[in-house]
Design a protein around this ligand. Structure first.
Ligand code: ASP
Length: 726
């Protein structure tokens, strides 16, 4: 992987450098860490326990372990054979497996195994990518930002520059996809280059009662006994270029793949994790936390709890519906429980109060120094002013986006409205989906949306969401919208209005709805109905908020940069950027913890524990084959002598987040000994603050992965492909 760091010339960067000179004794000693590639080589990993050279882990001028890492549809995976075999989590391929399943051929329930490459089937939605390079583009972005006439122009300027940079990079290197990631708001921007795999296929997926053993009861919980792993394979065109699924495609040959170590690890061992953690918010100001704690998380938690119940009840006697909605329910439940954990953690730690006190201290520190006061004296006050506006909007922006997300009728109406509106745009401004050559894609999009269209459910969802919104004090503006189906207990009951709006809409007739997309501007201009009017009003409100949001974003872009600078001087230390979906390394040790008074959790679980938890039905339904093998003590070479059993899951004190799902857990020699898949309940708060006391991540032990693959799945050929000697 090649790096190119540009010389920093712009005025902002010069100012930043002067600042660094002023504070030259800033140390690089962060006590927690999801380290970006640029920081890895600054770490003393040898002292921490690494037994290989740092160049083996990350080498900007050559091949290293980093080259074995894959982003698998937002999760992480790693190559474990020379033929593009990827190991990731079961929950990362869950959506693809359910899409490939029918009630007759239910791979989700029974598992999937392709004994030859010909038998591998498309893993829909698991588009994958590997990082092939990166470059610091802060100078160009900040230069463009500083040229903007006003703060709201700043947001547009940054977005425009990012588009230009990515377009140029993609043109220069055809076949790659470029993305610019903000590492520190208003300070550091990195251009990442990715190679994409559009053809990914399922290879081996354990049955659901292994891959999801413990279900929602055990999700975000330790001790854990879930075999949360699966194998997929990346394919490319015969010439090595990215390609959609085709029979002619060939398995991708990675530059580097991980060595599988079937001996696993032990308590206390050094481990490290590479992966693509999604988002953390540790460098955000206290008001951000206030917004999350008071508005965003309680709102989402309540809504998702309600949706889960709605879908589960609907699916009780309808296996097809249950299968179609399995992945959606799982996603909602995962977030709902995560937020529950976070809210509990926020209150337990009184984190908001701590952050507020910390900011008061910082303000005092700034005011004690004339130079600092001149430079940063107003920063915290100005941040508060921006957030006062955001807090005033409260749940409204979330309501608008969630309505669009969960109510299929709204999505159908929005698509039709967009079609009508696009006639007013110039050719270049028109969404590509409405271009003549993209007809097939448009029809596919419509069919996809319709596959989740259940008018009766939609009516309930929209009614609930509108009732909620009508009760928000901050939602007053919404209820004044002309098209809002108001509730005033006499004539305008929300449920009746929603019922009428949906029942009388064209969306109930798929063919008639599709036919509208054939119509010309003239033919469609007078077509209207209450649902379309309502959705147009909602969309207009969203656009209005987005415009106002640009100004706030522009202000925060400047203010958060100054906030970070002030904090650096105050704490006299360097920070590492919050997670943002880019490649990171974190390290730690296999270690237990004490979640509450007088309770200590050991860090390794066993197959015996699976049997202990196992039941006939529900979340702990025991796999028959597992039961039988355990009875015969058929552990093969995966038995751990000390435990006299097969290790199942491990716990360790690394710094991980969502997106680290499927990350390889590597031992001191850089060999894979497990697959990360979760965190303990207390560690859901990691996204706001990390602590040695409670931040623990959970992985499936490679010995259980291999044992299940061989003994339950009968897929010895995969062990052979990975070079595991039996
Ligand atoms: N299980 C988690 C997820 O689904 C992984 C994590 O957040 O630690 O996102």
């Amino acid at each position: 992987m090649k790096i190119k760091t540009l010389n920093k010339k712009s005025s902002t960067v010069i100012a930043a450098m002067l600042f660094l000179v002023l504070t030259a004794n800033v140390s690089f000693k962060p006590d927690e860490g999801m380290y970006p590639l640029s920081e890895i080589r600054k770490l003393d990993l040898k002292a921490a326990g690494l037994k290989i050279d740092i160049n083996e882990v990350y080498n900007p001028d050559g091949i290293s372990l980093i080259d074995a890492l894959v982003n698998v549809g937002g999760c992480t995976g790693s190559f474990v054979s020379k033929d593009g075999l990827i190991i990731t989590n079961h929950h990362c391929s869950f959506g693809a497996v359910s899409r490939a399943s029918t009630t007759e051929k239910n791979y989700l329930e029974n598992g999937f195994k392709a004994s030859t490459t010909e038998e591998e089937i498309p893993a829909q939605g698991m588009i994958s990518k590997i990082t092939v390079g990166y470059e610091d583009v802060s100078e160009q972005i900040l230069e463009a930002a500083n040229e903007a006439k006003n703060v709201s122009g700043r947001t547009d300027a940054i977005r425009k520059k990012i588009k230009e940079i990515t377009k140029e990079a993609e043109e220069k290197q055809p076949g790659i996809v470029a993305e610019v990631s903000e590492m520190f708001s208003g300070q550091t921007y990195i251009l990442f280059k990715y190679q994409i795999f559009k053809d990914v296929r399922l290879v081996y997926v354990p049955p659901r009662n292994i891959g999801e053993f413990g279900g929602e009861s055990d999700n975000w919980v330790w001790p854990r006994h879930t075999g949360d792993f699966s194998f997929v394979r990346a394919y490319v065109a015969p010439d090595g270029s990215p390609a959609e699924y085709s029979k002619d495609n060939i398995p991708f040959k990675p530059k580097r793949y991980l060595k599988v170590n079937p001996n696993g690890v032990d308590e206390g061992d050094f481990i490290f994790i590479l992966g693509y953690p999604g988002r953390t918010f540790r460098h955000q100001p206290s008001q951000f936390l206030m917004m999350q704690q008071n508005y965003s998380m309680p709102y989402i938690q309540n809504l998702y709890q309600w949706l889960i119940k709605l879908y589960e009840e609907r699916g009780e006697n309808d296996p097809e519906f249950a299968l179609d909605f399995a992945s959606r329910i799982k996603g909602l439940a995962n977030t709902e429980k995560n937020y529950r954990g976070k809210l509990k953690g926020l209150h337990r730690l009184d984190l908001l109060d701590k952050k507020q006190k910390e900011e008061k201290e910082l303000q005092k520190f700034i005011e004690n120094d004339k130079q600092l006061k001149e430079k940063y004296g107003d920063v915290l006050g100005n941040i508060k002013m921006v957030y006062d506006e955001i807090l005033q909007l409260g749940r409204v922006p979330l309501f608008l986006s969630q309505l669009m997300r969960h109510a299929t009728s709204i999505r159908l109406a929005a698509l039709l409205n967009d079609y009508r509106e696009q006639f007013k745009l110039s050719e270049s401004e028109r969404p590509s989906i409405f271009k003549e050559d993209n007809r097939k894609e448009l029809i596919k999009r419509i069919d996809d949306i319709y596959s989740f269209f259940y008018p009766e459910l939609d009516k309930k969802i929209i009614t609930k969401m509108l009732l909620d919104a009508a009760s928000f004090p901050e939602g007053e503006r919404l209820t004044k919208l002309e098209a809002f189906p108001l509730e005033d207990n006499t004539k305008n009951r929300i449920d009746e209005n929603v019922d009428n709006m949906i029942s009388n809409s064209v969306i109930n007739n798929k063919e008639a709805y599709k036919a509208l997309f054939e119509k010309s501007e003239e033919e469609i201009k007078d077509f209207n109905e209450p649902l379309l009017q309502f959705v147009a009003a909602i969309e207009a409100e969203r656009k209005h908020l987005e415009e106002a949001g640009k100004e706030r974003e522009g202000k925060l872009n400047l203010l958060l940069a100054e906030f970070m600078d002030a904090k650096k001087v105050w704490l006299n230390k360097a920070f590492i950027p919050d997670a943002n979906g880019t490649l990171r390394l974190t390290y730690g040790y296999v270690r237990g913890y004490a979640p509450s008074d007088a309770v200590y959790f050991k860090p390794i679980t066993t197959l015996g524990g699976v049997i202990e938890k196992g039941e006939e039905t529900g979340d702990y339904k025991l796999n028959e084959k597992v039961k039988e093998l355990f009875k015969k003590k058929n552990f093969g070479r995966f038995k751990n002598e000390k435990l006299n059993d097969v290790p199942v899951a491990i716990l360790y004190n690394t710094d991980t987040s969502g997106g680290n799902s499927g990350s390889p857990i590597l031992n001191a020699h850089g060999e894979i000994i497990g697959v990360n898949f979760d965190r303990a309940f207390e560690a859901t708060i990691n996204d706001f603050v990390w602590s040695e006391d409670y931040s623990r991540s959970i992985g499936v032990d490679i010995r259980y992965v291999l044992w299940v693959t061989q003994k339950v799945g009968g897929a010895d050929f995969l062990l052979k492909e990975m070079g595991v000697k039996l």
